[in-house]
Design a protein around this ligand. Structure first.
Ligand code: 0A1
Ligand code: ZN
Length: 868
């Protein structure tokens, strides 16, 4: 068992030395890479000269000296190279070797297939060479790469290519210069035999930017979508944020082995191939959408992350929360805002709310960590974006844009803190966000309880909001409540408070633990629509009659709240069904619920994309999160009973509309077509809840004849709900067709591991032995073990088999890729909610992990906090 050090934000100190200039030479050989660095170093404080401790891990040290001198006294250990500088301003020359071929942790310089690439955020650069590996040390980089011409025809790094040429012995070189000083986590290098697809973009000031995507040969026909997405992102950032790209070249490289989604290295993004490559045969609508948003995210980092970066890693949400907010807005502007908001909130609740309620809960700006890699979380990213969104909701778009201008005026080229960002927003809007900043330092999802009172004689309606905080030491939040009131015809009412009109929708702000607002001039009791567009990341607790929820599902003018009303209604019903199942009673589905959803399906004032989301029963995660006693098996049964009843009550309509949208037009990726396809596939999904051979044939036919992967894969997933030969045949066909395709075949693993029927630990053991599986590839680990661990009834199977399978895999992964092992360890997050034997089984599995010799700090941090 290992231990790990805890690092605290309160201990932050400015660096003793800076490195204004970095010159690297990376020579790639068959058995190693040699890195020669020439670092211009400067003292950064006024006192006595202190020792200089350069980070360096897994490096073979060769030499260190001052430029022009022979030798130097130094101290070397497994984490640092230390010298005592002879002056305040000097140049060091250091040489070391690394072994990219055996770097399976995928940090620093490593091999993906035959390509060499880097991943340096957050602390990977120290695995390339000795350096001050911290984000507040910003340097101008010049990089020379030398390698074999045949194996590595492409040699890429950040910035502009300033020289290239032939060398002796079939070798060649390229020299890159990045004019923008940057922290080393934004450094990138790629060498390999890659195909290039290019395009260009003219900025609003008329500069021509070359856009280049590098992919494995054979994947050239999967680049168009990424290039289109990049051009849309560049244009959008100019239009909405007035931000223009700053280099003449923007490169993207797609690699198969990557721990995360993508990385915003200056001018040279490196992408997980699943997040960049798409064509209609190999990617679904969801993939196309995700690629568009990740391309945008990495591009937007050029300003929010690269030009203005983080002072230290506790500030991670400064760049990530803000950039997620920007990519969400981009997607909303380009597609359906309503659909995007619903999907963003759904993802937030299914991942971030769960994290915030579990053993690894942390504020968006953590006060401490053991391993920073564990903090690339839905909290730092998605809750971080919600915090930015609340500022936007309270000050409005134009003030927000002034705040962004202020932020760049004050901090361009600097490494700063979240306080600096909030300060910019305060200056621009004239607001005081002192209390609001609690969102940065407190963890847990707050609950807001709402009660209402209608006073008939006075014609007033009073809403009282009370905050219930998660932790004892928490203080009340400052948060926005966007709301409206509806009359009994579903019309929006005028909001009058203290004689003043606020139109039909307004944003109230909560500051204290309990606050009341009185709305005047109301002749009848209104139905309130609160936290419209999910204006704050809270849990709303309000007793609402089923009739009122059904009413809001039909009439609310706010699409998000319309959806929300349906989900709340369905959850109430699922709760009743769970109770009946627990009491061994025959579960009966309430007619009011069936009628409300049937009405929605036929509603003329909602589009197909919205209906596909709103007609879906709540996710298993969101149901189990609300259970008093965590029991995914019962929740799953109740969910199925409701789905079945909805399918039965609407069978004819679903069958008819499935046909209506089953057109064989060419695939086009746009919001409208995506909506039509998701509606059609939702119909198919429900029809296969009914035990009819005709519907199995329908799915089979769609699987066989689809002209795009969205429809084909939806048919496969629909079949995966059944036990049929059609299911087995489709699975076999899919494997034969795609087994050699690194991206598409992963869907086959994930669909089976996550299937409601047929998944089991035995199946996983079978699948990990098929040829297309490879535990060293993070995407495959996520798609097989990750999908199984997210399949709650399977992972939490009564006999504990799910826990032991995943524990064994974590132990195996720990030995070569700690980041991926730690990610999988988060599957045990419900430990605190378990009871009896189930808890004992999970405890044994966790203890088995923690007892491992050489346990990485990554896994230790997650598992030890879970067991606490
Ligand atoms: N900054 C990237 C995320 C990222 C973080 C770490 C990585 O490797 C350990 C890779 C990517 C983003 O937000 O897109
Ligand atoms: Zn990011």
């Amino acid at each position: 068992m290992s231990q790990a050090n805890t690092i605290y934000l309160k201990d932050y100190q400015e660096p003793d030395y800076l490195i204004p200039k970095t010159q690297l030479t990376v020579e790639i050989f068959d058995d190693c890479a040699r890195v020669s660095s020439r670092l211009s170093i400067k003292k950064n404080h006024s006192g006595e000269r202190r020792e200089l401790k350069l980070n360096g891990e897994n490096l073979s040290f060769i030499s260190v000296k001052y430029v022009g001198e022979e030798s130097i006294a130094y101290d070397l250990c497994d984490k640092y190279l230390t010298i005592v500088p002879k002056s305040d301003d000097f140049i060091l020359e250091i040489v070391n070797e690394i072994d990219p071929k055996n770097n399976k942790a995928l940090e620093g310089l490593y091999q993906s297939g035959d390509i060499y690439c880097t991943q340096n955020e957050p602390e990977g650069f120290r695995k390339i060479c000795y350096y001050l590996d911290r984000s507040d040390v910003m340097s101008s980089f010049t990089t020379r790469i030398e390698a074999d011409k045949v194996d590595f025809p492409r040699l890429l790094s950040n910035g502009n290519l300033i020289d290239s040429g032939e060398m002796t012995g079939d070798r060649h070189y390229a020299v890159w210069e990045d004019p923008f000083p940057k922290p080393c986590y934004l450094f990138a290098l790629v060498a390999g035999d890659l195909a290039k697809v290019d395009d260009n973009f003219t900025t609003k000031s008329g500069r021509e930017i070359a856009l280049e995507i590098f992919v494995d040969h054979g994947n050239e026909d999967r680049c168009e979508h990424a290039l289109e997405s990049l051009k849309k992102s560049m244009k959008w950032d100019e239009d909405r944020f007035d931000l223009e790209y700053d280099l003449d070249l923007y490169m993207i490289v797609a690699v198969d082995a990557f721990n995360m989604g993508a990385m915003e290295n200056k001018g040279l993004n490196i992408f997980n191939s699943t997040c960049a490559l798409a064509n209609p045969d190999t990617a679904t609508d969801a993939n196309f959408f995700r690629i568009e948003s990740i391309i945008a995210h990495e591009y937007f980092h050029n300003w929010t992350g690269n030009r203005v970066t983080c002072r230290d890693w506790f500030q991670l949400t400064l760049k990530e929360g803000l950039t997620v907010f920007r990519d969400q807005e981009f997607s909303a502007d380009l597609n359906s805002r309503a659909v995007c908001r619903i999907e963003d909130v759904r993802a937030l609740r299914d991942s971030q709310f769960v994290e915030d309620a579990g053993p690894n809960a942390h504020p968006i700006k953590p006060a401490s960590y053991m391993e920073i890699n564990n903090f690339y979380t839905p909290t730092v990213y998605e809750k971080g974006a919600e915090v930015i969104r609340m500022i936007h909701t309270m000050i409005g778009e134009s003030n927000f844009q002034l705040g962004m201008k202020k932020y760049f005026d004050l901090f361009d080229g600097k490494a700063v803190t979240t306080e600096d960002f909030v300060h910019s927003m305060e200056v621009a809007s004239g607001r005081d966000f002192k209390q609001f900043k609690r969102w940065y330092s407190q963890s847990g999802t707050p609950t807001v309880q709402v009660t209402s009172k209608f006073d008939e004689g006075a014609d007033t309606f009073t809403l009282t909001f009370t905050q219930k905080l998660k932790n004892k030491s928490d203080q009340v939040y400052h948060l926005p409540v966007k709301l409206g009131l509806l009359d009994s015809n579903g019309e929006e009412l005028e909001l009058i408070m203290q004689g003043k009109s606020f139109g039909t929708e307004t944003v109230l702000e909560l500051h204290t633990d309990s606050q009341s607002f009185v709305f005047e001039g109301l002749k009848e009791k209104p139905v309130p629509s609160l936290f419209r567009a999910f204006s704050a990341p809270i849990i709303l607790e309000m007793e609402t009659k089923r009739e009122d929820l059904a009413f809001l599902l039909s009439y609310d003018s706010d699409s998000f709240n319309r959806y929300e009303a349906g989900q709340r209604l369905a959850k109430l019903e699922i709760e009743s069904l769970c109770e009946a199942l627990r009491d061994n009673k025959v579960p009966q589905v309430d007619h009011l619920v069936l009628d409300a959803f049937s009405k929605l399906l036929r509603s003329a004032n909602a589009d197909e994309a919205f209906k596909a989301l709103a007609f879906a029963v709540p996710s298993l995660v969101s149901i189990t999160e609300q259970q008093k006693e965590f029991s995914p098996v019962i929740a799953q049964k109740a969910r199925e009973i409701l789905s079945h009843a909805l399918a039965e009550a609407n069978e004819d309509y679903l069958a008819e509309h499935f046909n209506r949208y089953n057109a064989k037009e060419n695939y086009v990726f746009n919001a409208e077509n995506m909506g039509l396809r998701s509606f059609k596939n939702m119909c198919l999904h429900y029809l296969l809840k009914l035990p009819k051979a005709d519907y199995i044939s329908l799915a089979q036919d769609q699987y066989d004849t689809a002209n795009n992967l969205t429809d084909r894969f939806a048919a496969l997933q629909a079949l995966l709900q059944t036990q049929s030969t059609a299911r087995d045949e489709a699975l076999e066909h899919f494997y034969d067709l795609w087994k050699d395709d690194a991206i598409v075949i992963n869907k086959w693993f994930a669909a089976q591991a996550g299937a409601p029927v047929g998944s089991s630990d035995q199946l996983i053991k079978k699948l990990e032995n098929v040829e297309a599986f490879d535990i060293q590839n993070p995407n495959k680990v996520r798609c097989l073990y990750g999908a199984f661990a997210a399949n709650l009834p399977q992972f939490h199977k009564e006999d504990g088999s799910g826990y032991h399978l995943i524990a064994d895999k974590i132990i195996e992964l720990n030995s070569f890729n700690p980041q991926i092992a730690a990610g999988l360890s988060k599957a045990f997050k419900k430990f605190g909610a378990l009871k009896g034997q189930q808890k004992d089984f999970m405890k044994k599995a966790l203890e088995k992990i923690i007892a491992v010799d050489d346990l990485s700090p990554d896994v230790y941090e997650i598992v030890s906090k879970t067991l606490k």
